[in-house]
Design a protein. Structure first.
Length: 194
């Protein structure tokens, strides 16, 4: 499931920053697969909880895992949304700030990759380090937002500005979900929240 979401995120980056709209159908297909995994995992966890009556430690693990899987699924949803935004943004000239937004996307993708490695290895240290990376994405979001929000004399249609604001918001939320995954891994391993 994590690999599917990573691929979806990579493809949405391709659509947005390399203007390759041919990848959009693949993003949609990946999102359908991710949704199926999500529903199946959620049902299996709920079944374990109701049928097995797990002890406190196992219940903590299942609960954290259910939340973590939801974070992964949400990142996939945002990747699909970014693909749809790429279609709307395509007819407009390439905005000046697109390079900075692409860097923000790379950082969020790195966060997702790192959080999935932390999950696979059950590595609490890596899980807690991801929060520091989130600050870089948050700072980029704030800086780009200020640039977009305080433009003067925007010629023509404002839709591209609105779409860029949506892109940075989605990327910021994707990074937040990656941070949540890392924090949940830390919780699973240590039993303590960051």
């Amino acid at each position: 499931m994590g690999t599917l979401v990573e691929n979806s995120f990579r493809l949405s980056h391709e659509a947005l920053f390399h203007r390759n709209l041919e990848v959009i159908p693949e993003i949609n297909l990946l999102d359908d697969q991710v949704d199926q995994y999500y529903r199946r995992i959620e049902l299996e966890c709920a079944s374990l909880i109701t049928k097995q009556g797990p002890a406190a430690q196992d219940l903590r693990l299942l609960s954290a895992f259910m939340q973590l899987v939801r974070d992964i699924e949400r990142i996939g949803d945002y990747a699909e949304d970014l693909g749809e935004i790429a279609i709307k943004l395509f007819p407009y000239p390439v905005p000046e700030c697109l390079g900075e937004i692409a860097e923000m996307s790379h950082n969020a993708q790195a966060m997702l990759a790192k959080s999935l490695v932390a999950l696979g290895d059950l590595d609490a240290t890596t899980g807690s380090e991801i929060k520091r990376l989130d600050d870089v994405v948050d700072d980029a979001h704030d800086r780009i937002y200020q640039t977009l929000a305080f433009q003067r004399d925007v010629p023509g249609i404002v839709e591209p500005v609105i779409l860029l604001a949506l892109i940075i918001r989605h990327l910021e939320r994707m990074a937040d979900h990656a941070t949540n995954i890392g924090q949940r891994v830390t919780y699973i391993v240590t039993g303590h929240r960051d």
